[in-house]
Design a protein around this ligand. Structure first.
Ligand SMILES: [Zn+2]
Length: 373
């Protein structure tokens, strides 16, 4: 496939042992990389996620977070855009990857960003880097259509990209898939997987996104040395995460991987379930049949960027932290585990007896008086 690559026999770099070059490359390859598609091209960018970027209240996303403003002041458009990021907690990485000016895209022959000068030295170095990189770096994928790259024919891409795809398929060790999809996408998947005609339904009737998601188990089998797979899921609507039928969608998508009996370690990061909506037949609840992989539950994003450039506070579960934040009559409750567990236990108890947390808080006015005493 790579017969056109110059061996660079006069280069001092290529006269040293391969192990030495490999050690040099290891110093230069970022630890975390995003693989994504842009205008139908496959691209890479460095992960620039910072500590705190997963803040449920999205404070780091707001450029005006520490500026004194009136409640009627318009929101910063950058803040709204970041809240809408389909890359979830990697919103900073999406911004870094996709908002670079077009000059960079046009001048980089192979489609890589400027920081990937390694791919612009010579083809032989590109080939070697492309093979070593998936072994030493964690790869992140944040959109369904890029998932198709995993199962694609390497030779169907331009030379450098085909080398990366080939390297990923033969050498990738750790893959993180982070998907923040519209709620409607999960509902479409649920419809497909729960349809009595599922086995016979042709994939051609579904959208390209649905097709790409349904092809994921097969695509992942192309990664012959994959050892660790982490899946981070959310939806981008203001309704509760619990509207998603976890058992229909997640089990259907990932059960085939678990049944392969391979050494692949899978773990999943999902939002906390809402006690009002969770059911054992639709969700992985603590008292129902366990999923085939460990699940970590997190606090979900509580603030959303709307199409009219406003922001909306829409806490899922628990609600009380948001309420205290909004009324600002008490200090914002810390999210230390003990305190948040108390909030959650109280809210669960309210929902269990048929109450409504929001109404009860309004009735008592003050979170602290009512709950914290
Ligand atoms: Zn990132």
């Amino acid at each position: 496939m790579y017969t056109s690559v110059n061996s660079q026999g006069k280069s001092p770099l290529f006269s040293v042992a391969a192990e030495v070059r490999r050690a040099i490359y290891n110093y230069l390859i970022p630890e975390q990389l995003h693989l994504f598609t842009y205008r139908d091209d496959v691209r890479l960018s460095t992960c620039v996620k910072q500590k705190g970027d997963d803040d449920p209240d999205c404070v780091p996303r707001n450029p005006l977070a520490h500026v004194s403003r009136s409640i009627s002041d318009p929101e910063d458009p950058i803040y709204v855009q970041r809240l809408r990021s389909s890359w979830g907690e990697h919103w900073r990485c999406e911004e870094a990857a996709l908002t670079r000016d077009d000059i960079n895209f046009r001048t980089v022959e192979t489609g890589w960003f400027d920081q990937f000068v390694l791919f612009r030295v010579c083809k032989r170095m590109s080939m070697e880097i492309a093979y070593i990189m998936p072994e030493v770096a964690t790869f992140h994928i944040n959109d369904p259509l890029t998932l198709r790259v995993l199962g694609s024919q390497a030779t169907s891409h331009p030379l450098t990209i085909s080398a990366v795809v080939d390297g990923v398929q033969s050498n990738l060790r750790t893959l993180h898939i982070n998907l923040r999809l519209p709620l409607g996408t999960y509902e479409q998947l649920e419809d497909v997987y729960t349809s009595p005609d599922f086995e016979s339904a042709p994939l051609g009737i579904t959208s390209s996104v649905i097709s790409a998601l349904m092809a994921l188990p097969t695509a992942l089998t192309q990664l012959r040395n994959l050892q660790n797979l982490r899946l981070w899921l959310d939806h981008s609507d203001t309704e509760s995460w619990s509207m998603v039928n976890e058992r229909a969608v997640i089990t259907s998508l990932f059960q085939p991987l678990c049944e392969q009996g391979s050494n692949l370690k899978i773990d999943m990061d999902l939002p906390k379930l809402h006690p009002k909506w969770e059911t054992s037949d639709r969700h992985f609840t603590p008292d129902s049949a366990p999923p085939p992989f460990p699940i970590h539950r997190r606090y979900r994003q509580r603030i959303y960027g709307m199409h009219d450039q406003t922001v909306k506070h829409a806490p899922d579960f628990p609600y009380v932290a948001h309420e205290a934040f909004v009324i600002q009559q008490h200090e914002f409750p810390s999210e230390d585990p003990g305190e948040m567990e108390m909030y959650e236990a109280w809210e669960r108890e309210v929902w269990k007896r048929g109450g409504d947390v929001e109404l009860e808080l309004i009735g008592h006015q003050l979170v602290g008086d009512h709950y914290l005493g």
